[in-house]
Design a protein around this ligand. Structure first.
Ligand code: ADP
Ligand code: ZN
Length: 464
């Protein structure tokens, strides 16, 4: 196999064996949103003659194991279309140019088989915002990413190739990936609720002989926060235990033991978030949304969700840019800053404490404020001088290039002061809004929280 050949696997399970929507349970909303893609794959001509908006790139966002890969496969299976699958990390190689060649090769293969689906798992490995890691391997990733963007833009020449990406860290993706015509549709793949978990258990218990003592509903109740992969794991472990014990059917005992083992594993991996964390995240995300929304011009809030991913950022708010923007006014940047700080401000206001969840927000906000002072002449104190080269990935996608400072120590100090001031002003704006709208935050939050929290995991109202 040539080095520039894509490592994508073509899944050719067709007919009886193929995965379809019946194999996917508990994430009905995401399934519904993807039905359109199935329709398109089945009859692309009909979409064209009707002039319907043809889907291009779809980003599946959700915690690991929620079934994003499964869902993408099922979309292909429903339409009986070819499915190419590759992980973002497989594009990132040590030799410059290889990743880009692989992307080209992948799209050439896919075009030959259209209509079809190209699934890129771990899109963030490839699509991290440019300039985020000044460490090695960086040129290569940027080239590969650019090639992917080029291929997606050349979509009209390869009708019928639908690209689905999956990530659990949407906030670190390069904004260029989310522009119209690229991954401009985001589908949230949530953790399943009680009924969803029962549904998933049923799917996986299909081929397993269960004793009458096993109540899947009860198991679903005992597993709040579990994702599809965890539940599949439980059924599998229980069946193995039963086989080892030479039982003729799987009983409640095996399930109890299987749950305990999976829980122990999850606790080690810290994949379960506790109700208190959930609550902080819910307020944090609602804070962003409320500040963004009341300032009007901020990007439209699409959906607030709580997706655990590591410790730095537990939830996120999807704010799709409503149009492709190249120019921002000072006022707009100030609004953007306020809504970025809205999360932290809400934590402060409702908990009298702050968490580590704002790390990424603070990073972005500082970057914008710095650019305002150093590059855009938007601070009256620092005037119109440009201080140093642009390096702001959030606004422009420029490369990070450590440059020598071309101004004095004294000026550097003043720039820092100005940046601080701008951030403090944005914080004050956010505080004022959160204070005024605290009832709204509580209401949204309560609703969101009730939706996400399971009855059994819901703390008593006195704790709320
Ligand atoms: P992700 O891509 O989100 O990390 P996967 O699709 O790889 O998750 O899920 C791993 C396995 O867990 C699947 O192959 C399937 O067996 C099971 N699984 C996950 N989610 C679901 C679901 N919603 N319904 C049924 N099975 C699921
Ligand atoms: Zn945030």
């Amino acid at each position: 196999m040539g080095i520039g050949k894509s490592k994508a696997k073509l899944v050719t399970d067709t007919g009886e064996n193929r995965i379809t929507f019946v194999d996917v349970a508990g994430i009905d909303e995401a399934k519904e949103e993807l039905q359109e893609v199935v329709d398109f794959l089945k009859t692309p001509e009909r979409f064209e003659t009707l002039g319907g908006r043809i889907p291009r790139g779809i980003l599946l966002v959700g915690a690991p194991g929620t079934g994003k890969t499964l869902l993408a496969k099922a979309v292909a299976g429903e339409a009986d279309a070819p499915f190419f699958s590759i992980s973002g990390s497989e594009f990132v190689e040590m030799f410059v140019g290889v990743g880009a060649a692989r992307v080209r090769d992948l799209f050439a293969q896919a075009s030959a088989k259209s209509p079809c689906i190209v699934f890129i798992d771990e899109l963030d490995a490839l699509g991290k915002a440019r300039g985020y890691s000044p460490m090695g391997g960086y040129d290569e990733r940027e080239q590969t990413l650019n090639q992917l963007l080029t291929e997606m833009d050349g979509f009209h020449t390869r009708k019928g190739v639908i690209i689905m990406g999956a990530t659990n860290r949407p906030e670190i993706l390069d904004p260029a990936l989310l522009r119209p015509g690229r991954f401009d549709r985001q589908v949230v793949v949530d953790r399943p609720d009680l009924a969803g978990r029962e549904g998933i258990l049923k799917v996986h218990a299909k081929g397993v002989k269960l004793s009458a003592s096993v109540d899947l509903r009860l198991i679903a109740q005992r597993t709040p926060g579990f994702v599809g992969a965890d539940l599949a794991n439980i059924v599998n472990k229980a069946a193995l235990l039963a086989a080892r014990r030479e039982k003729t059917e799987v009983t409640r005992d095996e399930f109890s033991e299987a749950i305990d083992r999976v829980v122990a594993g999850l606790e080690k991996k810290k994949r379960l978030i506790n109700p208190r964390e959930k609550k902080i995240v819910a307020y944090h995300e609602t804070g962003h949304a409320v500040v963004g929304h009341s300032l009007g011009s901020a990007d439209e809030v699409q959906k607030i969700s709580i997706v655990p991913r590591g410790i730095a950022a537990l939830g996120y708010t999807i704010q799709l840019p409503t149009e492709d923007r190249y120019l921002f006014t000072k006022t707009e940047l100030e609004q953007k800053l306020a809504s970025l700080l809205g999360g932290r401000v809400a934590e402060e206001f409702f908990f009298n404490d702050v968490s580590t969840g704002s790390q990424n927000d603070l990073f972005k906000a500082t970057d914008i404020a710095r650019a305002m002072v150093k590059e855009y002449g938007m601070s009256s104190h620092m005037g119109l001088s440009s201080y140093g080269r642009p390096r702001n990935p959030f606004l422009k996608g420029d490369s990070y290039m450590p440059t020598e400072r071309e101004y004095s120590e004294k000026l550097a100090g003043e720039i820092d002061e100005e940046v601080k001031l701008i951030l403090e002003q944005a914080q004050a704006t956010a505080r004022k809004i959160i204070q005024e709208k605290s009832a709204t935050v509580e209401a949204i939050d309560r609703e969101e929280f009730l939706r996400l929290a399971e009855p059994e995991a819901l703390p008593h109202t006195s704790e709320l």
